[in-house]
Ligand binder design. Structure first.
Ligand code: ZN
Length: 891
């Protein structure tokens, strides 16, 4: 490296974000300069890291002129040297701002060498290069690479990367980056180095680096074309016996993607690293996935069935990104759903294939209705492809991910499985190695199906959840059944009026015996108009309507069915999803009626029809275990809130408690029987079937414990003492957390003593206590924040303790507002440590207008307190302003 006149130029501090900029999709312009390759050298030390980069740059001649400056993003970096084509640049050749390095004039092609200093050891935001205990690791999506070195940090600049990592041999024996390792060696002062080469062009958000004292679980996979791939999962030494499930999941995912989408892996090595401090779930960096440890580590005694399932899904998800995201990536961050919606869709498809039941569909629908519908109805509502953002980190949302996945599911329904697969093949083939848009994706499906999908694309540009009104008529004379559907979509920020969408509606018609009347049982209707009628000829009796089978679209249905008809579908529908859904709708109606009674201080009475319907399901021996468990669960509270204009959490809690107690009292015998039938003392093994049995069994136990008498308590304690797996232990802990009894403290203490050395398990212990409905929960959470296991710098513990509390229906929304004050204080504290985590904690406030006047006022005053605070991060700034004003001031 040539010597330089720049001793060290620290970037000026960013003006605090009182007026952050809004970025618009309509302003997109292709990059002025391409970076064809980048060679990186990292010299890692305990108190700083030096990063040297050599960029081969080429002007985008169609767009940029000779005088167009070369702009590289950078944040919190110290510039040490800047050399262009071997010549050191003087201060008059460039500008250094808080956010960028601007080089005034550059030739058409050139080599740029940059040396800079960064401080991973002080990086608590966990974006860019940072420390997680004794490890160095990175997180670059969306805009973390600019915190590592100066670079045109945008996904459409794709370069070939080589990376050399230099570090202390003893402290960091393992040095990893993307691609394949090509060289290594020793240096003086007990340092060593490894050089990695990634043969595929990639945007810098997919860059990764890991250095540390790690051990790898190794295995291999042979692709269908016969290539041998080395598989390595790196963890800290004490966790080496907890990776087997993740490895099996990885191989399952690799095989499934070959068989289902014809996608083969492309490098010689696939690596996963589990780290403790991580903002998100996991990251799909090319060839080197970095995972939040909770999505890798599992042993029967330490992980629940849900953990095992999440590992399958998250490992699958990140692996599937190798094609949907890495080989074909996004042109700009507005296209985020191009990779995320598509990959969540592929993950759901994978889960459907593993579980082979409607339960996977039910879980997706429940997730969407509990979170995404609320997002669509609130101040943060945005289309699957947003038009603008202040902070892109705020758009890793349920809308972009889950609704984005549902949009692709609809596309598959509309085109049919074979045509959809052809469209996917064409997409991967046509755009391999490119950064593209959602239009490009849809164009491939238009090409193979020869259909005009213009109207369908409204799903990407219109926010809000469409609502469908249904009217039906039967004409016995002509034996014709007519279905009238009317669609509308409520206004959302910046979108007062919506156009009618193309909505695939899956319909079944049943006779009085519950038999399907339509050919192939289910028919797909293409709803395209605001109002549209569909005729069904040759229907010999007045049929029962089963609408939106298999959750064929992410919409709300205003059902014309009576409670009796819903009970009939719950008992008879051949579509399992709709059986469950009819039960949910029926329960929602009963809950809403009871809430009214409760608010008028009327005594609560059980609805006989509702009870009879549930009783017969409890007693139904033929009903699939997993489906039975799903049906016996009451609708989630966030979903109930969807149906209320002025939600009173105390009323919702009281009514659900009343129904649970009634089930417990009336069905005691059957609940006990089901408990015994599904209790298993054999060696634990995770499978969809055994997990369903444990789920149903523990649900029955929780119902029984609505009356914590001597017998039920004994049953609980017996399960506690004999449990050979975390699912069963944690179930007892969760049940007792809600019961004010001496056993509660004893078991919480036993659990802690047994698992105090395992942070992931202690997070479960935090979660259980933070979700308790007992009145002293807030004080308990505040006390736990002083516990040595709680670390405000670690996102997992924050999500477990504070995040869980913020979703605690009764205690967070406690009338005095002290829960709100507590959360606002924490958010302000977190914002100075890790803005992404602070912004995530804001979610509990975003739906403040859904609650009663008194609670609204209290939440509002906390939001105003946050909003008036100086030096907010862009993350929290954007959300708090949208919450209060429906928009960020500049838009
Ligand atoms: Zn993803």
């Amino acid at each position: 490296m040539t010597n330089t006149t720049i001793k060290s130029m620290v970037q000026p501090k960013a003006e605090h974000h009182n007026q952050p900029k809004t970025i618009y999709l309509k302003d997109y312009q292709p990059p002025h300069y391409w970076v064809d390759s980048v060679d990186l050298i990292f010299d890692l030390f305990e108190d700083y890291t030096e990063v040297r980069s050599t960029l081969c740059v080429r002007r985008n001649t169609g767009i940029a002129q000779e005088q167009t400056p070369f702009i590289l993003q950078g944040e919190e970096l110290e510039l040490r040297a800047l050399v262009l084509n071997g010549k050191t640049l003087d201060l008059e050749n460039f500008d250094l701002t808080a956010e960028a390095l601007i080089i005034h004039t550059v030739p058409e092609t050139f080599t740029l060498e940059i040396t800079c200093i960064t401080h991973p050891e002080k990086n608590t935001a966990l974006s860019g290069l940072y420390r997680s205990k004794a490890l160095f690791c990175t997180q670059c999506e969306a805009e973390g690479f600019r915190r590592i070195t100066f670079f045109p940090d945008r996904p459409d600049v794709m370069a070939k990367f080589t990376t050399t990592i230099i570090a202390d041999t003893n402290l960091y024996p393992v040095l990893l980056s993307n691609g394949n390792p090509i060289e290594q060696g020793l240096l003086i002062n007990n340092r060593h180095w490894v050089k990695w080469e990634d043969p595929f062009k990639k945007p810098c958000y997919l860059f990764a680096l890991v250095a540390g004292h790690l051990i790898a679980l190794e295995d291999h996979f042979v692709t269908r074309s016969g290539r041998l791939i080395a598989l390595k999962i790196f963890v800290e030494w004490e966790n080496q016996d907890k990776c087997a499930h993740a490895m099996t999941a990885l191989k399952k995912a690799m095989k499934w993607d070959e068989e289902t989408y014809g996608r083969e892996y492309d490098l010689d090595i696939y690596m996963i690293v589990a780290v403790n401090d991580f903002n998100m779930g996991a990251m799909e960096n090319k060839g080197l996935n970095i995972f939040n440890a909770k999505y890798i580590l599992a042993r029967p005694e330490t992980a629940t069935d849900t953990d095992f399932q999440h590992i399958d899904l998250v490992v699958g998800h990140e692996y599937f990104h190798n094609w949907s995201g890495n080989r074909v990536t996004c042109r700009d961050w507005f296209q985020l759903s191009l990779k995320e919606g598509l990959t969540v869709f592929r993950e759901h498809h994978f889960m459907d294939d593993i579980t082979q039941s409607a339960v996977s569909l039910i879980e997706h629908a429940m997730g969407l209705r509990s979170h995404q519908f609320a997002e669509d109805a609130g101040p943060m509502a945005h289309p699957v492809r947003p038009e603008s953002y202040v902070e892109i980190n705020n758009f890793y949302t349920s809308t972009v991910y889950e609704k984005g996945a549902e949009v692709i599911k609809m596309l598959k329904t509309l085109l049919g499985t074979d045509t959809f697969r052809k469209g996917m093949d064409l997409y991967f083939e046509r755009f391999d190695g490119q950064a593209v848009t959602i239009e490009d994706f849809v164009a491939c499906h238009e090409f193979v199906s020869k259909r005009d999908l213009t109207q369908f694309k409204l799903w990407y540009s219109q926010a809000g959840t469409p609502e469908i009104e249904v009217n039906e008529e039967y004409h016995p004379k002509t034996q014709t059944y007519t279905l009238q559907l009317k669609q509308s979509c409520p206004p959302t920020p910046h979108q007062p009026k919506k156009n009618p969408m193309l909505i695939p509606i899956a319909v079944g018609l049943l006779n009085a015996q519950g038999e399907d009347l339509l050919e192939n049982k289910t028919q797909i209707l293409n709803l395209t108009e605001t109002e549209q009628s569909f005729n069904f000829p040759s229907i010999t009796e007045k049929p029962m309507l089963s609408l939106l089978r298999g959750f064929s679209a992410p919409v709300k249905i205003k059902s014309p069915l009576s409670n009796e008809q819903l009970a009939f579908l719950l008992a008879h529908d051949s579509d399992d999803f709709n059986r469950w859904d009819a039960g949910q709708m029926l329960s929602i109606r009963i809950i809403l009626e009871l809430i009214e009674d409760w608010q008028k201080s009327k005594p609560l009475k059980i609805n006989n029809l509702w009870w009879k319907a549930h009783q017969s399901l409890l007693e139904d021996k033929r009903l699939n275990t997993a489906l039975k468990a799903e049906i016996l669960m009451l609708p989630s509270s966030p979903y109930v809130i969807e149906f209320l204009d002025s939600a009173d959490p105390d009323a919702i809690f009281a009514v659900k408690k009343f129904l649970r107690k009634e089930i417990s009292r009336r069905a005691k015998k059957h609940l006990l029987q089901l408990y015994q039938d599904n209790h298993n003392t054999e060696r634990y093994c995770y499978s969809t079937e055994t997990a369903a049995k444990r789920f149903l069994k523990n649900l029955c136990l929780s119902y029984l414990m609505e009356y914590p008498d001597k017998n039920h308590m004994a049953l609980c304690l017996k399960q506690w003492k004999t449990a050979n797996n975390m699912t069963d232990s944690l179930a007892v802990l969760g049940i007792l957390a809600d019961v004010d009894c001496p056993e509660r403290e004893k078991i919480l203490e036993e659990f802690y003593n047994r698992w105090q050395h395992d942070v992931l398990i202690i997070n479960k212990w935090f979660r259980v206590q933070a979700s308790s409905a007992l009145p002293n929960t807030l004080e308990c959470v505040q006390k736990l924040m002083q516990h040595p296991a709680f670390d405000i710098n670690n996102p997992n513990t924050v999500y477990a303790l504070i995040g869980t509390f913020s979703h605690n229906l009764v205690c967070f929304h406690e009338k005095s507002g002290k829960g709100y004050r507590f959360l606002a204080d924490i958010i302000l504290q977190l914002d100075t440590i890790n803005p992404q985590v602070a912004a995530r904690m804001m979610t509990a406030f975003t739906h403040w207008r859904k609650f009663d006047k008194d609670r609204q006022a209290k939440m509002r005053s906390e939001l105003e307190r946050i909003q008036k605070t100086a030096k907010l991060s862009t993350d929290v700034y954007e959300i708090v302003n949208k919450c209060l004003f429906g928009t960020s001031p500049q838009t």
